[in-house]
Design a protein around this ligand. Sequence first.
Ligand SMILES: NC(=O)c1ccc[n+]([C@@H]2O[C@H](COP(=O)([O-])OP(=O)(O)OC[C@H]3O[C@@H](n4cnc5c(N)ncnc54)[C@H](O)[C@@H]3O)[C@@H](O)[C@H]2O)c1
Ligand SMILES: CC(C)[C@H](C(=O)O)[C@@H](O)C(=O)O
Ligand SMILES: [Mg+2]
Length: 354
Amino acid sequence: MKVLILPGDGIGPEIVAQAKKVLTVLKNDGLDLELQEAPLGGAAYDQYGSPYPEFTQKLAREADAILLGAVGGPQYDTLDRPLRPERGLLAIRKDLNLFANLRPAILYPELANASTLKPEVVSGLDILIVRELTGDIYFGQPRGIRVNEAGEREGFNTMLYAESEIRRIGHVAFQAAQKRGKKLCSVDKANVLETTEFWKEIMTDMAKEYPDVELSHMLVDNAAMQLVKAPKQFDVIVTGNIFGDILSDEASMLTGSIGMLPSASLDANNKGLYEPSHGSAPDIAGKDIANPLATILSVAMMLRYTFNNEAAALRVENAVKKVLAQGLRTGDIFEAGTTRVSCSAMGDAVVAAL
Ligand SMILES: NC(=O)c1ccc[n+]([C@@H]2O[C@H](COP(=O)([O-])OP(=O)(O)OC[C@H]3O[C@@H](n4cnc5c(N)ncnc54)[C@H](O)[C@@H]3O)[C@@H](O)[C@H]2O)c1
Ligand SMILES: CC(C)[C@H](C(=O)O)[C@@H](O)C(=O)O
Ligand SMILES: [Mg+2]
């Protein structure tokens, strides 16, 4: 299996280095693995003048799986839009047809007090957000900033979903629910936006194909509220690109920190790009204090979904559980009575616990 590593920007290289240590142990233990590396985002702009250069694109297309740190940074925020790091990330998702973004929010019992919510609200939490990743207002045309007829500047984007796009993410979500608690909540804004009214109509129609799954619908504003009020009511949530982006960051705090939320972005054949759900955290970059666990848990997702190797995935997840049980914490999940460790020390501890 070919795995392409894209460290990216900010804390990206620091957290990816820890995940690479884990992959190297698995390789030394016999996992069929060929590691390559390429730049994406700001690092790629610096080297090649493009956030998703041909060099990276070629390797990405050839790879079975990709591990990404994160992209972006303030030094790139004034570049022309097509040259910005985030555009590189959107481009690779679109190029590889990675339409299904799985973001599991699981609370490890040791972190019940790390969440800003009361332990009884979050303990035992295990929800899966299925976010559509290659459509919606992120990609709809037309888009831009223009001068309108009144001579005023205006910004505009287009929210758009084709039926086939809704159906293919719907199948992923219904099937994920079948393998879990058999409850699927489709999140929309059908009371205002036609795009998501259509989304709701298609999800409702698809439910006939999955009689064993209980489908419900929720408006996104209510869903944002319910996620902090009573998050354990959810099993699988399916939603569009923009709502999924926002709700998954919200859900990350239920798990203690955004540094705990991994993700898988899959195509129709389970080729995937795996990355933490958080960004490049420029505020803490270069200090060796970021939490690498979301990235390491993304490796576990890679083993599960692309390698189809459940045993190896569990080995990594159990190692993470072990270091948390040992009381090791990076700053974002630190609390009194635990031991604060650096990003690299956390990586070493996971390797030792494998
Ligand atoms: N997938 C991605 O590559 C991705 C995702 C989100 C944001 N971004 C980009 O990242 C940059 C920063 O964005 P932002 O500040 O809004 O979001 P962010 O997720 O980078 O950071 C938000 C906050 O969470 C903290 N944080 C994030 N990851 C952490 C970790 N692993 N350990 C400890 N703390 C962590 C940061 O220090 C910061 O305080 C922007 O350029 C943005 O476009 C990239
Ligand atoms: C950086 C940005 C393009 C990206 C998104 O909005 O999808 C990020 O926030 C994420 O959640 O992966
Ligand atoms: Mg996001």
